[in-house]
Write a protein that binds this ligand. Structure first.
Ligand code: ADP
Ligand code: ZN
Length: 294
């Protein structure tokens, strides 16, 4: 039996898993994300104690994912300063001597949803997580999209809604981008209460659905994905999904003729098929691919 390592590298915590070749999770450890000097030795020790054939990393970005670049596999201009320009792939490769796969956390999750989850059997999907930040992973033609860098969907600009008490938004880079208007911390800053404490009839949720529907409209028009999958802590409010569908249909304005629209986007804007495991399964698939590529 072969074993594969999966690292979900997040801004607050690192989740390390070992899976077997059937994709069953056998081991799991969580470590707080400190500086690389604080955090790397413990992660390397974990994968030395649990030897794996290859390691896949779904990482916060931005990342250099261009294989032709001299800084391939490095974190780039992240606001998480100690990790800026950190060569995460070279560091693991040197310490463990195994193939290392890397993509953004959300491209990994999107890959897992497309191969094993809600978009199984389709050639394209968009996975968006709405949590501490907002991130989007995009699969087109069965592959995660990379280009100039990689999609940064959380930073698409949105039109502030009439009646929003904080229409200027909270993103330090773009103010009223999706993340600046609709991430968990933006909800908390706007209303003065953590998102999970706002009751279902609070106006926060209609506003949140308006912003997420704007994102869905933009994504449908820009990428034409065959499925949009919405996850992350904020989507823990299950009543949001139907609100987002309804608003997206309205924003489409009858422009797009498709049976999925006629069906109210019911099977189109959906929750993750893998539940909370999209991230770990994405990192696992990146490990499998890294092994296949050597
Ligand atoms: P992360 O993005 O850090 O991986 P989460 O996806 O859990 O973690 O996102 C955390 C954010 O989601 C916080 O801003 C929190 O207020 C918000 N959140 C967590 N749970 C809920 C919930 N049940 N309803 C609404 N918001 C939530
Ligand atoms: Zn932004």
């Amino acid at each position: 039996m072969k074993y594969y390592g999966a690292l979900e590298a997040g801004g607050t915590k690192m989740v390390l898993s070992v899976l077997d070749e059937t994709g069953t999770i056998l081991e799991r450890a969580t470590m707080p994300t400190g500086t690389p000097e604080d955090t790397m030795p413990g992660m390397i020790a974990f994968f030395q104690e649990h030897p794996v054939t290859a390691l896949g990393i779904g990482c916060f970005g931005p990342l250099d994912l261009n294989p032709a670049s001299p800084t391939y596999g490095c974190i780039t201009a992240t606001p998480k300063l100690p990790w800026r320009h950190y060569p995460i792939v070279p560091a693991f490769r040197e310490a463990l001597g195994i193939p290392i796969g890397l993509d953004t956390d959300v491209n990994g999750a999107a890959l897992a949803e497309s191969q094993l989850g809600a978009a199984k059997g389709l050639q394209s999907c968009l996975y968006v997580t709405i949590g501490t930040g907002v991130g989007g992973g995009l699969i087109i033609g069965g592959r995660p999209v990379h280009g100039l860098t990689h999609p940064e969907l959380g930073h698409m600009l949105l039109a502030p809604m009439p009646g929003d008490p904080a229409p200027e938004g909270f993103c330090p880079y773009h103010q009223h981008c999706l993340e600046g208007l609709a991430a968990g911390p933006a909800i908390q800053k706007r209303w003065g209460v953590p998102a999970q404490e706002l009751p279902p009839d609070h106006p926060a949720w209609a506003l949140e659905a308006d912003y997420l529907a704007q994102m869905c409209l933009n994504a449908i028009m820009a990428f034409s994905p065959e499925k949009i999958i919405l996850g992350g802590g904020v989507m823990g409010q299950a009543f949001l999904l139907p609100m987002i569908r309804e608003r997206t249909v309205k924003l489409l304005g009858g422009y797009l003729s498709s049976p999925v629209v006629d069906n109210g986007l019911e099977d189109y804007i959906v929750a993750p098929g893998l539940g909370v495991n999209s991230g770990v399964m994405g990192a696992y698939l990146l490990a499998r691919e890294a092994e296949a590529c050597g």
